[in-house]
Design a protein around this ligand. Structure first.
Ligand SMILES: NC(=O)c1ccc[n+]([C@@H]2O[C@H](COP(=O)([O-])OP(=O)(O)OC[C@H]3O[C@@H](n4cnc5c(N)ncnc54)[C@H](O)[C@@H]3O)[C@@H](O)[C@H]2O)c1
Length: 383
């Protein structure tokens, strides 16, 4: 039977553009379904560079203006892999053109922007997904399955960290490819919207909604040269953020993120402690899930490290043989696998733009609380 083609128009072709393009090919090869992902066109502002990218990754054509890409009638799905300030307008234009949409995280710079985007996809009735890819690491999906089985019992604590060290030098400029993360006008915020957004999305998925938060942020380096103007400009992002929260299920949360933890490159960890069981995960060791089960026999009770690679572990059966682990790139592949499965069953894919909005509301509350130094309620999303 001929496959149903989904012709993709990708906007942005750097870090995430590569991660997504790699996943398109992996999905077709490793997770055959009735769909075929077709890299139809890629858009970037530099015609020569975007052509080189298209040739390397198998895109049939290129554009240098994202509005032209979205207007094309040979594109079914727009994939937004651009800096955060562009998500809002690109998503709304894509929804108005009736395209399916994948958008990188955070969905938007603020909850307000994200609300517009949620309304636009609801009005257009187009399938949508935010790239909160860590949900789809097999060990994280396994954690979700164990938590949903109820084996943990009552949940008491959830804690997560996302630690990096790449902005410690005051010589590092702000603005431009990759470094737009240091420019609040483009990024929206610093580590809160960039790194903690991942931790928050996973937490909401695993442990449910957050009711209120109290936070502190710090900007260690107050001025940096801007790549685009060549001038020293005020730094408005949060370099570090810690927050405490109460989940609606009664458990307590503790989150920390910084780009000033010397020695840490991308240390994303989470731990959840229940009455009967605790689970721990670490991005540096992403194919393992640490499990402590209090029901184990007393003399043998202890933390066990499960190598998540067996045929009956999430997604693993479609890859190699048991014992051979998967990595970062595969989380993107699995995100698309889930999207296609929902499309097939006419279900709404997740994480949806509504899920992205929920995370943006937590980010808003965290940044608001850091300013006022008060406990702050999180706006809730009906899902
Ligand atoms: N899911 C994840 O784990 C993850 C990881 C990194 C980044 N991200 C998110 O992905 C998005 C992109 O981040 P990145 O690291 O790939 O950034 P990047 O700076 O590496 O790439 C951004 C791309 O957007 C292009 N671009 C900028 N303005 C454009 C315009 N007007 N028209 C067309 N293209 C334009 C740039 O040329 C570049 O190719 C951000 O929202 C970021 O938060 C997500």
């Amino acid at each position: 039977m001929p496959k149903k083609q989904i012709r993709i128009g990708l906007i942005g072709y750097s870090f995430m553009g590569r991660a997504h393009s790699n996943a398109f090919h992996q999905v077709n090869h490793f997770f055959p379904s009735k769909y075929e992902l077709v890299p139809q066109a890629v858009c970037g502002r530099d015609a020569k560079k975007v052509k080189e990218f298209a040739d390397r990754w198998g895109y049939a054509s290129t554009e240098t203006d994202w509005k032209k890409l979205i207007a094309r009638d040979d594109i079914d799905l727009i994939d937004v892999a651009t800096p955060n300030n562009l998500h809002h307008d690109q998503v709304i234009a894509a929804a108005q053109a009736g395209k399916m949409i994948w958008c990188e995280k955070p969905l938007a710079r603020t909850g307000k922007e994200a609300e517009d985007m949620v309304k636009a996809v609801a009005k257009a009735k187009v399938p949508n997904m935010v790239w909160y890819n860590y949900r789809r690491c097999p060990a994280v999906t396994l954690a979700k399955q164990i938590i949903d089985s109820g084996k943990l019992g009552k949940i008491f604590h959830y804690r997560a960290n996302f630690l990096q060290d790449w902005t410690i030098s005051p010589e590092l400029p702000q603005g431009g490819t990759g470094l737009w993360r240091l420019d609040a006008k483009v990024a929206g915020s610093g580590v809160t919207g960039d790194l903690l957004a991942h931790c928050i999305d996973t937490a909401l998925w695993l442990n449910g909604d957050i009711a209120d938060v109290t936070a502190m942020t710090e900007t260690f380096i107050k001025e940096r040269t801007h790549s685009e103007t060549g001038k020293k400009q005020k730094v408005s992002i949060d370099d570090a953020c810690s927050f405490m929260c109460r989940f609606k299920n009664g458990s307590l949360g503790l989150f920390e993120s910084t780009r000033y933890a010397r020695g840490h490159k991308a240390l994303y960890t989470f731990e959840i402690n229940g009455e009967h069981m605790s689970l721990k995960w670490d991005l540096h060791d992403l194919h393992r899930l640490q499990i402590f089960d209090h029901k184990d026999d007393g003399t043998e009770r202890g933390w066990k490290s499960v190598h998540v690679s067996d045929g009956d572990h999430p997604y693993c059966g479609n890859w190699w043989v048991p014992g051979l682990q998967l990595g970062y790139e595969h989380s993107f592949t699995h995100a698309i696998v889930e999207f296609l499965a929902c499309l097939d069953k006419r279900k709404k894919p997740t994480p949806s733009f509504k899920d992205g909005l929920a995370t943006d509301y937590v980010v808003d509350a965290v940044l608001g609380s850091a300013k006022t130094r008060k406990w702050t309620k999180v706006k809730q999303v009906k899902r």
